[in-house]
Design a protein around this ligand. Sequence first.
Ligand SMILES: Nc1nc2c(ncn2[C@@H]2O[C@H](COP(=O)(O)OP(=O)(O)O)[C@@H](O)[C@H]2O)c(=O)[nH]1
Ligand SMILES: [Mg+2]
Length: 305
Amino acid sequence: MITGILSRMKKAMRKSRLNVSVLIKTLLRQGIPEKEMLEEIERLLLQADVGPVICESVSLDLMKEAKSFTGEDSVKKKLKELLLAHFRVNDGIRNLTMPQGCASVIMFVGVNGSGKTSSIAKIANYLLKDGRTVMIAGCDTFRAAAAEQLEFWSEKLDIPLIKGFSGADPASVAFDACKSAAAKGCDFLLIDTAGRQHTKNHLMEEMKKIKSAVTKCGVARLSEILLVLDAVTGQNGIVQAAKFNEALCLTGVVLSKMDGTAKGGITLRIEKEERLPVKFISFGESLDDLSRFNPADFVESLLMD
Ligand SMILES: Nc1nc2c(ncn2[C@@H]2O[C@H](COP(=O)(O)OP(=O)(O)O)[C@@H](O)[C@H]2O)c(=O)[nH]1
Ligand SMILES: [Mg+2]
């Protein structure tokens, strides 16, 4: 990761950052009763929302080492190591599936306001910079504002947009978009979807229909279904991830609004508890406020200097 992004990420994530100085002082203060020490470590980790399972494991491991810590650096190094150990190791799992002879379709799902449309714009920007050709499709045909927002981004990024008329069947818009992306020879088709139930059908049913339309189109390949999660939602994000994953078999997560939360630790929980790779994080409203997710950089940003 370029240093520029790491320092912007650190700045954006300041609310989530663990004030390790307290923790370090606690761990270096010999003779402190064990129970008190454990409580102090747990309090700090829980603040960042890493969840009880990881919290317990990390704090117990830190306790075990407490006597061998010689100074600030040794505590920090161990803490980083322990947090990092909870991420999935194979970095390949965080790569986007690349197009293989036909357009690669990425469907973005998630509740209203989670950051789907903005993430699509940011990821389109990221792919364009990588030399890829991109098309976007608006399958939230219910909200007029949804189409307007996509129009804005398609003009700004100068990429084609396929959208249906108001009230059109989202699955047929997705189907047409696949045909169009194939005809134009686009590398990626990014599909925006609705986040709120607005018909008799359940939201998940609508998502399944879009998924099935893309799978059946025959000219493009559904390579990813990414859940966009607002990091601010904390614990509720885990519940959302479980629901969407069960219905759609997600391939990964985009965590948005990392700049607005003190709960960046949710990243660990998604990977550990839901077994979903976090592929991107966004930490601001501008197009460049997005980064591929890298656990080592994330842990680095999570700990205060
Ligand atoms: N601060 C901040 N705001 C964000 C981020 N991602 C999205 N937003 C804002 O969150 C709001 C909802 O985003 P939007 O993409 O429209 O969500 P959607 O309903 O899921 O499509 C918008 O005002 C975005 O500008 C982020 O990473 N940081
Ligand atoms: Mg939207």
